[in-house]
Ligand binder design. Structure first.
Ligand code: SF4
Length: 223
C-alpha cells in the first residue's frame, strides 16, 4: 500500500468516487426543516442513533418551534421530552443554554460562522460542522463521528483517535468540495457494510483500496 501523501490523496479520491456510486443519496439523516432544528437534533444525537433522535424530534419540534420556546419550560420538563436520547440532563442544559444565547445575541437565529457556533453551550466542532455544512452549505470542516472515526482508521487515512486530530488528517486528504459529502458517505458505508463488529469486507466496494480488509489480512479489523 502506497504511503506518500500524494498516494493517500489519490486513494482517498478513488474511495470517494466509489462510495458516491454506491450511495448516490447519502445525506444528513437527522430530520430537520431549518438550521435551528438541525442544531437541536445534532445536540441530541450525541451517543444516540439518528433514528432515535428523529422519533424524539417529531414531537419536540411541534412543541418547541423557536429558541425562545425552550426557555419557557423548566429543565425538568425539557429533560422529560428528550429523555430517551440519553444523557438528557446534560443535553437539556446545552439546549437551554444555546437557546438563551441565540435569543439574547442573535435574535433567535443560528449564526453562520464556526467561531460563533463554537461559543454556544454544548456545541463542539462536530455539531458546528454538521450545521454549517448541511443547513448553510458552508464547508467549515469534516464531521467526525463514530463511523467516520472507525472507517478512516480502517482505511489508513489516519492513525489518530481524537476527533479533532482525525479531522485534521482528513482535511489534508479530502478535496474541500467533498468535505460535507465525505462524512455522509463514510457514515452510510459504516452503517451498511463496514460495521463495527462484523464488517462485510466481501461485499465492500472499496475493498481493493482498504489495507484492513479481512480478505487480505485474515483478521477482522478492529473498531
Ligand atoms: S474492506 Fe472491510 S474493513 Fe475495509 S472498508 Fe470495506 S468493509 Fe471496511
Amino acid at each position: 500500500m502506497a504511503k506518500s501523501t500524494d498516494d493517500r490523496k489519490e486513494r482517498t479520491r478513488r474511495i470517494i468516487r466509489l462510495l458516491k456510486g454506491a450511495y448516490p443519496d447519502a445525506k444528513c439523516t437527522l430530520n430537520h426543516s431549518n438550521a435551528f432544528e438541525l442544531l437541536i437534533a445534532t445536540i441530541l444525537s450525541a451517543q444516540c442513533t439518528d433514528d432515535r433522535v428523529n422519533i424524539v424530534t417529531a414531537d419536540l419540534f411541534r412543541k418547541y418551534r423557536k429558541a425562545q420556546d425552550y426557555l419557557k419550560v423548566s429543565p425538568t420538563e425539557l429533560q422529560k421530552d428528550i429523555r430517551t436520547t440519553g444523557f438528557f440532563r446534560n443535553k437539556a442544559k446545552s439546549i437551554q443554554g444555546t437557546a438563551k444565547v441565540l435569543t439574547e445575541q442573535y435574535s433567535g437565529r443560528v449564526p453562520e460562522t464556526i467561531e460563533e457556533l463554537l461559543e454556544l453551550p454544548g456545541v463542539a466542532r462536530k455539531t458546528a460542522n454538521v450545521v454549517l455544512g448541511n443547513a448553510f452549505g458552508v464547508t467549515s470542516g469534516i464531521v467526525v463521528d463514530t463511523h467516520v472515526t472507525r472507517l478512516s482508521r480502517r482505511l489508513a487515512l489516519t492513525t489518530q483517535k481524537q476527533p479533532e486530530k482525525i479531522e485534521r488528517d482528513l482535511i489534508e486528504l479530502v478535496h474541500r468540495k467533498d468535505w460535507v459529502i465525505f462524512s455522509h458517505l463514510l457514515i452510510a458505508h459504516g452503517r451498511k457494510i463496514c460495521k463495527a463488529r462484523n464488517p462485510l469486507c466481501a461485499e465492500c466496494v472499496i475493498e481493493k483500496l482498504c489495507p484492513s480488509s479481512f480478505l487480505k489480512t485474515g483478521v477482522l479489523p478492529g473498531s
